[in-house]
Design a protein around this ligand. Structure first.
Ligand code: NAP
Length: 329
């Protein structure tokens, strides 16, 4: 069976030579209570930050030859546990290898049937990130003017809808025309292009009154433009800085951050592992919305098994996805 490992820690832009697919013996039948076959693996921006040599203490670093891992859906093929059965779905953080021996701890179980793909998006870590950053920390209200970047992506699409549900005016941005068209189709009236050279003036023109809440996913020049539009007393939720993840200093602050001093803007950074105890509360709030079809969400599934993961991640880091990127095995 195959296993995907990191070959080198990239010092610049990630490329396919930084990965290696190796053949290894499958796990022994009695190695662990559950035998799993991996079916879907989530591909996420934070994977690039796990390859940085330091600075991301909340998640373990991947060194050369580390087996990659991610949130995934696996099928149970054999079980020695009374609470798990062959055909069940196991969802959790899993190694990127075709067959997995697992004790079952930390996994969510779904009964046989269709794979629970929503558990890798609106009812999984991306939905949790959006709910945490927007609803719990950002607390949008009807009098807020909110900006959400990368809004056709996984976290951004959910975060923008949560702010809209709260009654706020929501301005969204995306870097490609088909993404902006989708955002308009799901009801966002003001859809900007954060990759355009004139993004700062697009933003200024769209919201001359300024922003009270910025949900930051992008970093770089788009973040700088948002900083210029912040109103006194506003909040900035620092969710991610994806445009910087391939830089040597991926967490560098925008050079105009000092402009916030006189405005009294709060900067609220967060990472999901610090708030994982809220996951049950998140599921309680979001499950009915997903089950009743109240949220728009899309999957962007690449096929081809583990060998498709490197290009799926490289592409995500340049923006070739529309919706939540997964790889099917
Ligand atoms: N704080 C946390 O715990 C946490 C957890 C999960 C995710 N996040 C963050 O949330 C953000 C979104 O993550 P996601 O998983 O939902 O990914 P995503 O939005 O589905 O995909 C990433 C998107 O980022 C944009 N992008 C990629 N490279 C870019 C570049 N060089 N310059 C500008 N835009 C670029 C692209 O959208 P466009 O084509 O529209 O530019 C791309 O589609 C990321 O910053 C991520 O790190 C944070």
């Amino acid at each position: 069976m195959q296993q995907l490992r990191l070959h080198h820690c990239p010092e610049r832009e990630l490329n396919t030579d930084d990965f290696t697919l190796v053949d290894v013996e499958p796990p022994e039948a009695d190695q662990a209570p559950l035998q799993l076959t991996l079916r879907y693996i989530s591909v996420d921006p934070y994977m690039r930050t796990r390859m940085q040599s330091d600075g991301y203490g909340y998640i373990s670093h991947w060194a050369p030859q580390s087996i990659l891992s991610g949130y995934g859906i696996a099928e149970v093929t054999a079980s020695q546990r009374a609470d798990w059965h062959p055909g069940d779905w196991a969802v959790g953080h899993l190694p990127m290898q075709e067959m997995i021996a697992h004790d079952g701890d930390g996994l969510r179980r779904a009964p046989p049937g269709d794979p629970p793909l929503s558990w890798l998006h609106p009812l999984g870590m991306t939905g949790f990130t959006a709910w945490l950053g927007m609803s719990l920390l950002g607390k949008p209200q009807a009098d807020d003017t909110v900006l959400v970047g990368a809004a056709a992506g996984a976290v951004g699409s959910i975060a923008a809808q949560l702010a809209r549900e709260a009654g706020a005016r929501v301005i969204v941005s995306a870097g490609r025309q088909d993404k902006r068209d989708w955002l308009q189709r799901i009801g966002f009236a003001t859809v900007l292009d954060h990759r355009a050279d004139d993004f700062p003036s697009q933003l200024q023109h769209a919201i001359p009154e300024g922003l009270t809440l910025n949900y930051e996913n992008l970093g770089g020049t788009a973040f700088s433009a948002a900083i210029e539009q912040m109103r006194p007393g506003g909040r900035i939720i620092v969710c991610g800085l994806i445009s910087q993840y391939q830089w040597q200093e991926p967490r560098r602050a925008p050079t105009n951050i000092g402009h916030l001093n006189s405005k009294g803007v709060s900067i609220i950074p967060f990472v999901t592992p610090d708030h994982i105890a809220r996951f049950p509360e998140f599921l309680e709030a979001m499950t009915p919305r997903v089950e009743h079809g109240e949220l728009h969400w899309r999957l962007d599934i690449r096929h081809g098994g583990l060998s498709a993961v490197p290009n799926a991640l490289i592409g995500l880091l340049s923006g070739d996805n529309l919706g939540k990127r997964l790889v099917a095995l």
